[in-house]
Write a protein that binds this ligand. Structure first.
Ligand SMILES: [Zn+2]
Length: 169
């Protein structure tokens, strides 16, 4: 198992003909983050396996953009083309924040509401340490979820009004 949580972007061949500029999502105009073919293959419905079987796809992290993945030469994949719920683009439960161990925004919210803090980050860190994460094939972004979980914990702290400085400890 490779070290999936070291925050390395997958090395993806850039086919952008424009040169140095980052490929932008054709729907929302924001820059995408490279994802590997193996990540894509785990995310899409079988009909789209052929489409994603080439390097260069990028993930769009804009919450209200329908496009999840796009390729600089034109293909796009939306939520309906995938077999997983992309937490960043969902507002209704369940909103996944950690795909390897199944934590959702609701779980964060309920724990913070009840106790004023969350142990979920520690639990994820412990699982990572035990080499049980598989972000490359479970997280639609193909990278470690911890940044998303921290952001979700912060949001949950604000929603519940129970934000404390020890939230992430
Ligand atoms: Zn977009």
């Amino acid at each position: 198992m490779s070290d999936c949580c070291s925050n390395q972007s997958p090395s993806v061949a850039q086919t952008n003909s424009g040169g140095s500029s980052k490929p932008l999502c054709p729907n929302c105009g924001e820059a995408g983050r490279p994802v590997s073919v193996v990540t894509l293959k785990h995310m899409v419905l079988p009909d789209f396996l052929e489409v994603v079987n080439k390097a260069g796809f990028l993930f769009c992290s804009t919450a209200d953009c329908a496009v999840v993945y796009f390729h600089p030469v034109g293909e796009t994949l939306e939520k309906a083309d995938l077999r997983v719920r992309v937490g960043l683009k969902e507002t209704a439960d369940p909103v996944p924040v950690c795909y390897c161990f199944g934590f959702t925004e609701r779980m964060l919210l309920e724990e913070i509401e009840a106790t004023g803090k969350t142990t979920i980050l520690q639990r994820i860190a412990a699982e990572m340490k035990a080499d049980r994460c598989a972000c490359e094939v479970r997280n639609p972004q193909g990278s470690c979820c911890l940044g998303n979980v921290k952001a979700a914990a912060k949001r949950a702290g604000q929603i519940t009004g129970r934000i404390t400085e020890s939230l992430t400890h």
